[in-house]
Design a protein around this ligand. Structure first.
Ligand code: FAD
Length: 551
């Protein structure tokens, strides 16, 4: 039995504190849930704790691309480009509704980062390394063709362009679906439970963790043979608790994205363009908005509260103005934003942008395995590396052959019966035909399928049950809330708006217009006290204020 419903939390807590696990993982970002899926599917009895919500760390604050990292080619990180480049195609097959091919336009401008020749060679090498199939391989464009793809580019300085293959995703949804898929294999994952200390056996080897349930203020122990620290930017905090810090440590760099209404920055397609300081940033249209990012600056502030500031926003607006002079944007046009930190491994003498995105595993003398660095895109390979280490240790003891990684062929929840893009588009049309009768739009069909894949069927059924007493958009919201509370362990407004539906970033108007109704639904589900309701309102208002107030 898997415990994916918020209402089953007491049972799950009971199980976690009374069972003995092979493996317990700290951190419910993409790395942690990836390890949980890999381990559980190899037959290990697996538990995972996440101190806030799943994906609330870096894994909901990325550029939301499953990509080969073209810019790493500039730094000659050939192995990294090859590995993550090939992973893109695999992750796309596992969840084609969530990892969607998207052509990226690279404009070539006078005095830009790449000239025509270098762009052509660079994109060709990228295709080869990433194993891009023929029809998707790079296409070099003349000035006129580039403008046809993106008329907003400035004619005078443009020399041409290159089109290459990328994939876009929703990082938080990807994390949630990997967590849910791990649950299918028996992994017990829980949010709002923090690892606060390690348990040690007589030989001083880590044999579990002491946890604090942050919703009930209760402390308990999870016993396990092996403990993995996949706490992203918090990896060193746990290594410190484990007294296993050495000369290798994390270097955090902050990255900010801003969200603009699409009509204010109406790019026709995703673009990767130059910033005057020599960096490059993305502009990505997504439904009703265009989002732009990212910055890359050393971060020494509070890791538990990372927000965009006016300087970050001005930097991105200036970058847009530089490449798209006819677009007039002001800080007041920013409707939402997000900021996160990259948990990179420190390298002496290198700046934020120069540091490698490679992952690294640290093993302490007390047996703690920590993993840091890496990318969303490479989560499966990173997980394989960690679980290989765990099974090697475990099976060394009894001499049997360790089970091998199988995640390459495990479809993620919502992607099971969708073999490819064509099937996804067909399914969107099917959902549209159904929900149109209930007053919803084609956008809603696209939104549902991009978020939930084939799980949209369940939400649509619930939508029609609710529809007689609710207008269409409200019935949809309530159906989504019902689904996410019962299947995705949602406990609060921000879990719902930010990390399950993405509405906080991509449809902020729907957050403003629905918060009262959603709050009432939560009250019905969880019988919140007046203090809890007040706390939720304050948290949401603060988040809204911080995400869009930069004047
Ligand atoms: P996190 O997602 O931070 O997860 C760690 C989790 O551990 C957190 O949720 C935290 O709450 C939890 N935790 C910490 N301490 C404890 C504790 N004591 N007990 C329990 N839980 C704990 N990669 C790509 O592939 N494509 C991109 O487009 C891309 N863009 C990026 C853009 C930006 C601005 C940034 C910052 C990163 C980007 N990345 C991208 C990199 C990618 O987002 C990260 O590599 C990845 O999300 C890291 O995941 P993680 O699970 O290691 O860390």
């Amino acid at each position: 039995m898997s415990y994916l419903s918020a209402f089953e939390r007491p049972l799950l807590l009971n199980k976690l504190s009374s069972n003995h696990y092979d493996l317990v993982i700290i951190g419910g970002g993409i790395t942690g849930v990836g390890i949980a899926l890999d381990a559980a599917s190899r037959g290990l009895k697996t538990a995972l704790v996440e101190k806030y919500d799943f994906a609330s760390g870096t894994s909901s604050r990325s550029t939301k691309l499953v990509h080969g990292g073209l810019r790493y080619l500039k730094q000659f990180e050939v192995a990294l480009v090859r590995e993550v480049g090939r992973e893109r195609a695999i992750v796309h097959e596992l969840a084609p509704h969530l990892v969607i091919p998207e052509k990226m336009l690279l404009p070539i401008v006078e005095d830009g980062t790449f000239g025509k020749f270098l762009t052509s060679i660079g994109l060709m090498v990228y295709d080869v390394l990433a194993g891009v199939e023929k029809p998707d391989q790079r296409e070099m464009l003349s000035k006129e063709e580039t403008l046809e793809h993106e008329p907003l580019l400035e004619y005078a300085h443009l020399k041409g362009g290159g089109l290459y293959a990328e994939y876009r995703t929703d990082d938080a949804r990807l994390t949630i679906e990997v967590m849910k898929t791990a649950a299918k294999f028996g992994a017990d994952s829980i949010n709002y439970v923090e690892a606060v200390e390690f348990e040690y056996d007589k030989e001083g080897i880590v044999c579990g963790i002491t946890c604090k349930d942050l919703l009930n203020d209760i402390t308990f122990v999870i016993n396990a043979d092996y403990v993995v620290n996949a706490a992203g930017p918090w990896v060193d905090d746990l290594r410190q608790i484990n007294h296993s810090m050495n000369e290798k440590h994390l270097f955090l760099t902050k990255g900010v994205h801003i969200v603009l209404p699409h009509h204010k920055f109406p790019v026709q397609q995703s673009i990767y363009f130059d910033v005057p300081d020599g960096r490059m940033i993305f502009a990505i249209p997504r439904g009703k908005v265009t989002y732009v990012g990212t910055t890359d600056t050393e971060y020494k502030g509070n890791v538990n509260h990372i927000i965009a500031n006016k300087e970050d926003v001005d930097y991105l607006l200036k970058a847009i103005a530089h490449t798209f002079p006819q677009i007039k944007l002001e800080a007041s046009d920013v409707v939402s934003s997000w900021a996160g930190v990259r948990p990179l491994i420190h390298e002496e003498g290198k700046s934020a942008s120069e540091i490698s995105r490679k992952d690294e595993v640290f093993e302490s003398s007390t047996g703690l395995i920590s993993i840091a660095g890496g990318k969303l895109t490479g989560y499966r390979k990173m997980s394989e590396k960690v679980v290989d280490l765990v099974v090697k240790r475990r099976y060394k003891e009894d001499g049997t052959k360790p089970p091998v990684c199988q995640t390459e062929s495990i479809d993620l929840c919502g992607g099971e019966t969708l073999p490819n893009n064509k099937a996804v588009n067909k399914y969107i049309q099917k959902i549209y035909q159904q929900i149109e009768k209930g007053g919803l739009t084609e956008y809603d069909a696209w939104y549902l399928v991009s978020n939930y894949g084939t799980q949209s069927d369940a939400i649509v059924n619930r939508f029609f049950e609710l529809r007689p007493l609710n207008i269409a958009p409200i019935a949809l919201l309530k159906a989504e809330l019902w689904f996410t509370v019962n299947k995705e362990m949602v406990f609060g407004l921000l879990d719902f708006y930010m990390r399950r539906t993405g509405r906080f970033y991509f449809d902020i108007e729907s957050v403003y217009s629905s918060q009262q109704i959603v709050l009432e639904e939560f009250e019905k589900y969880f019988h919140w006290s007046t203090d809890k309701i007040q706390q939720e309102i304050v948290e949401l208002e603060q988040a809204l204020q911080e995400a869009a107030n930069f004047e």
